[in-house]
Write a protein that binds this ligand. Structure first.
Ligand code: SAM
Length: 237
């Protein structure tokens, strides 16, 4: 047996749920293993079937796709579990990045573990990790906070709760809320260094650095579009 045969999982197992990471923009950011698993599984549960369809077509894969997203997860997850229990192999993919990070993958994983189903990760891209390493902010300790609450009062409360946090803070944010969030950060967290990583791995990739106020000033009237990650330095000791 060769070294690689001893250390690598080579084929898909029946009755297993695979968490397959997909690109966050650039279609080439996918692993050989992810493509192999997507090719071999019985079905792919996808957060956005149109998006996943583009990826599969790019790699000349044709596969049974079922939709599994935040609004149908409670109805669809038990059906996926049933398929798994019948011995089918299932890959779950999110809209982009690693399923389970701020998306409905988490719900399915919980259910699968509760039912004694084996779950295997197939690692790859995740927006927060790419944003962190490119930010220039400390990477040794960080706190991933996912999305801030959409409602103003709750969002501000969450930011206040994080005032004493010394680790680098990482948030996902929608471009529609970005301007308001920037104001809240400026008011509550003050002059800390922050970074906005926008459209990572895509044509209009952009990294903005400065305090919230400086970033606001540099943007002027310009509204940020696309997908973005906000990072803020932790409270200095
Ligand atoms: N599971 C995904 C992951 O592993 O990164 C995240 C899913 S979450 C629903 C989507 C959020 O990820 C977006 O609102 C944005 O904050 C961030 N995101 C996804 N792709 C991105 C990109 N190319 N550049 C910057 N942020 C991105």
């Amino acid at each position: 047996m060769s070294q690689s045969e001893k250390t690598e999982r080579t084929c898909v197992e029946p009755g297993v749920l695979y968490l397959v990471s997909t690109p966050i923009g650039n279609l080439e950011d996918i692993t050989f293993r992810a493509l192999k698993v997507l090719k071999e599984v019985d079905l792919v549960a996808s957060e956005d079937t149109r998006h996943t369809g583009v990826l599969l077509k790019h790699y000349d894969l044709s596969k049974r796709l079922i939709s599994y997203h935040d609004f149908n997860k409670k109805k669809k997850a038990p059906l996926i579990i049933k398929d798994l229990k019948e011995g089918k192999s299932v890959a779950v993919v999110s809209d982009a990045g690693t399923p389970g990070i701020s998306d409905p993958g988490y719900y399915l994983v919980q259910l699968a573990i509760g039912e004694g189903i084996k779950v295997i990760p197939v690692p790859g891209a995740s927006a927060f990790l790419s944003a962190l390493v490119v930010s220039g902010l400390p990477t040794d300790r960080f706190a991933f906070e996912g999305f801030l609450p959409a409602k103003l009062g709750k969002r501000r409360k969450r930011l206040k709760e994080l005032l004493e946090e010394e680790r680098t803070l990482i948030f996902y944010e929608s471009p529609h809320r970005f301007a308001k969030t920037l104001d809240d950060i400026s008011e509550i967290l003050g002059q800390r260094r922050m970074v906005v990583a926008r459209e990572l791995t895509k044509k209009f990739e952009e990294i903005l650095r400065g305090t919230a106020e400086e970033i606001k000033g540099s943007l002027g009237e310009r509204k940020l579009k696309g997908e973005l990650v906000i990072l803020i330095e932790g409270k200095s000791a």
